[in-house]
Design a protein around this ligand. Structure first.
Ligand code: F3S
Length: 425
């Protein structure tokens, strides 16, 4: 790899042993992927994927202590993924014991380490750091050092920023040293689409199922999606941004997509059109039958497949303010239509602390509370990682949560029907 004079000096230890080791790690990481140079991280802020103080992650805490002691803290402020615990989320004493003693026992000390390393503020725990309320919104063309897959795919695709799907710690190293290796989605060539996806459905597809279908088909490749902007619009707005957030998280978790282009809508597709499509790109046609096939293929991991759901998670990735309002309206109306006051399944809606704060100022907050649904800043995946939670019949409209846990997937309409007293089909 060709390094600049300054990069070479860091590697040679002129700024200390610790920074030299960090630079060496990044250089080795880049060389593995054929990178020939390092480029500056140009975003204003970073984002870390590891938010949870799992007791077994001792080497990470030792590493963090060493970084702090040597002054090798992040050159950027950063946000971090959601916290794993929230007392507002329904639990029980045994589950709590497992959470506190056997799982996230290091959470408090880890939070302190994050503060010392450059955490933006105490509210900056969310995977939707790019929303206005949080303020870690990269600009088009900026180079990032992030790892959270749902945030990376959003930043690349909807905002036009440039970031690879890095792993945890590598993204912190990039933020500390201020450089990342230049390869993959940082390059013009790596941003070309090797798949053309033709959406030919009779109505707007469920974002999380469409994303799942595309993710499973193209895996880590870049898809160019035609036929969708006709349904969700040709200008970015709050509604289609939220759609793309959920769609992207499904592409990134059901496959390993780090960037997609939506013809006529996302920034690069608008600017460059079909010149973004690589030669010999493959084609994938999605119609109603294909979406049904994909959805019906999800395995149900519950021991008793006919169990009555005991918990419902909505908001993975975290909900936007508009989505919170929409869910409040739908749940309230759904209950009223059935003459009910409270949800029939304990329901947790999740959102960033800053979004929840904004929501709490609205009359909707009291309306949501009245339905019995809970608003939390938690990461549902962290909750489901508790083996006792994993045994529960949990439902969700998140395809990411379905992929990584035993939670059962239902579309948003199905979820609404179930939590407002309808049968789970
Ligand atoms: Fe976000 Fe946790 Fe889901 S990080 S995307 S809420 S798994």
């Amino acid at each position: 790899m060709e390094l600049t004079k300054e990069q070479q000096q860091i590697l040679d230890g002129e700024k200390g042993d610790t920074l030299a080791k960090i630079m060496k790690t990044l250089v080795m990481y880049g060389e593995t992927f054929g990178a020939e140079k390092m480029v500056p991280v140009t975003s204003k802020m970073g984002h870390l994927v590891t938010s949870f103080g799992l007791g077994v992650m001792k080497p990470v805490y030792e590493l963090m202590d060493k970084l702090i002691a040597d002054g090798a803290v992040s050159s950027q402020k950063f946000s971090v993924d959601p916290r794993p615990l929230d007392k507002n989320v329904p639990s029980d004493p045994i589950k709590n014991l497992v959470f506190k003693k056997f799982m996230y026992s290091a959470q408090e000390s880890y939070d302190k380490q994050l503060e010392k390393l450059g955490l933006l503020n105490k509210n900056a725990y969310t995977c939707t750091c790019y929303l206005d309320e949080i303020g870690n919104t990269p600009e088009k063309g900026e180079v990032l050092s992030w790892a959270e897959s749902s945030a990376v795919v959003y930043a690349n695709s909807v905002l036009g920023a440039r970031c690879n799907r890095n792993s945890g710690i590598i993204e912190l190293f990039g933020s500390i040293v201020g450089y990342v290796p230049y390869f993959g989605l940082l390059t013009d060539e790596g941003r070309k689409a090797t798949w053309v996806v033709e959406v030919k459905t009779s109505k707007t597809p469920e974002a999380q199922v469409l994303g799942s279908a595309i993710g499973m088909k193209v895996m880590e490749d870049v898809p160019y999606v035609k036929g969708l902007s006709e349904m969700i619009g040709t200008e970015l707005n709050d509604e289609n941004r939220a759609y793309l957030k959920d769609f992207g998280a499904a592409t990134a978790s059901n496959g390993a997509v780090g960037l997609y282009h939506i013809a006529g809508l996302t920034p690069e597709a608008k600017e460059q059109g079909e010149s973004l499509i690589a030669e010999n790109a493959k084609t994938y046609v999605i119609d109603d039958a294909e979406l049904e096939r994909v959805k019906n293929g999800y395995p149900v991991m519950w021991k008793d497949k006919n169990a009555v759901p005991k918990l419902c998670f909505i908001g993975c990735p975290h909900l936007t303010l508009a989505q919170l309002k929409e869910w409040t309206e739908k749940i309230s109306a759904g209950l009223a239509a059935k003459g009910l006051k409270k949800v029939k399944v304990p329901t947790v809606l999740t959102a960033a602390p800053d979004v929840a704060e904004e929501f709490s100022k609205l009359p909707d907050a009291a309306r949501l509370k009245a339905t019995g649904a809970v608003l939390s800043y938690i990461c549902p995946l962290m909750y489901m990682n508790n083996p006792l939670a994993g045994k529960m019949p949990v439902i969700t409209n998140s395809n990411k949560l379905r992929t990584y846990t035993t939670a059962r997937y239902y579309t948003s309409d199905e979820i609404l029907r179930i939590i407002t007293g309808g049968a789970a089909k």
